[in-house]
Design a protein around this ligand. Structure first.
Ligand SMILES: [Zn+2]
Length: 332
């Protein structure tokens, strides 16, 4: 049993309270590899932004849960080396699928876990989430629950259709489970293809697809039920069209990739939404940079020569999200 506090990590409690009160949101960035982690830590240290390092089931399978945990411990030491005296870094399990998965992460030093019972019947979701909360709180680990279903595909998470969170259920769920934050469904979606062209309208000026707006009325109804309670948005990549264009220009084939417009996320960040999950945007930034090097320098075979630019591009993206979208800079 390793407690996250011994690793220099923090849980989400204080961080979320400040974010809700301050009208900004904490970035939750997924990571699978060293360059991505370096980019996240550099961006957070440079902007003094609290940050949540997220590990999904796919990441645990790809990189190994134990190795990822040690990387997060290394991230704290690295952040200090970069001059961030008191790093506010959370290590979070994204989409925990079972009690055992959450327990195993808590036991090895994660400071926060998500238990995703959103696909289960309501009472089963309540029971499972409550069980995880009871275990986690013994060690002061914070727990994110989920109500409502997001559409899209991201690693293990896949659903054809979304179901908005029902505002009339949230008080009962939070009271019965004791969870510390709640992921909701208001029209965000996992992956880089969040909406079909049929769901979008066409901007005649740019020729780009414009996605349907988020259900801010549902968010407002939830906030009314749970004043000040930390709300989480999954599937909130914006799918930057310049990265998509670069990928396609240098041999990629991403057709009709559409994300959540940043002005909508800016609006959400000012509300009780205090954690915004971003994964696909970083994948796009990495792929765009790597493709550009491969296309322009076909003789290059030193991985540092393409992963280096990929890291730079991801860092630029993370800083942009922190400063221009979530508003979490200078909050840690
Ligand atoms: Zn998610």
């Amino acid at each position: 049993m390793i407690n996250y506090k011994d690793l220099g990590l923090v849980n989400t409690r204080e961080m979320f309270k400040k974010a809700v009160d301050g009208g900004y949101a904490i970035p939750a960035f997924n990571f699978n590899n060293m360059e991505q982690l370096q980019a996240i830590v550099m961006a957070a240290a440079e902007t003094k932004s609290p940050v949540i390092l997220q590990v999904s089931k796919g990441a645990r399978q790809y990189a190994n849960q134990t190795l990822l945990r040690y990387m997060a411990e290394g991230a704290v030491a690295y952040a200090k080396e970069l001059g961030w005296e008191n790093p506010q870094i959370v290590l979070h399990l994204d989409h925990g699928d079972a009690f055992e998965t959450c327990k195993s992460c808590i036991d090895m030093g994660f400071s926060s876990v998500m238990i995703d019972g959103s696909h289960l019947p309501y009472e089963e979701n309540v029971a499972l989430t409550k069980k995880v909360v009871e275990y986690a709180h013994q060690f002061d680990v914070t727990v994110e629950g989920e109500l409502g279903v997001l559409a899209g595909v991201e690693d293990e998470v896949s659903a054809a259709e979304s179901h908005y969170t029902k505002p009339e259920e949230v008080v009962d769920f939070v009271t019965k489970t004791g969870c510390d934050s709640l992921a909701i469904s208001i029209g965000t979606s996992h992956g880089a293809f969040k909406f079909t062209p049929e769901q979008c309208t066409l901007d005649p000026q740019t020729g780009r697809l414009v996605p349907p707006p988020l259900a801010f009325d549902v968010l407002a109804a939830i906030e009314e039920q749970l004043p000040g309670f930390p709300i989480v948005l999954h599937g909130s990549s914006s799918v930057p069209q310049d990265e998509v264009d670069t990928i396609n220009k240098f041999g990629g084939a991403l057709k009709a990739a559409v994300g959540i417009p940043e002005e909508q996320l800016r609006k959400a960040a000012k509300s009780a939404v205090c954690k915004i999950n971003i994964d696909s945007d970083s994948r796009l930034a990495m792929t765009a940079a790597v493709r550009e090097v491969f296309a322009n320098k076909p003789a290059e075979f030193d991985p540092r020569k393409y992963l280096g630019p990929a890291r730079d591009n991801m860092k630029k993206l993370y800083i942009h999200k922190i400063k221009e979208v979530l508003g979490s800079d200078n909050k840690a």
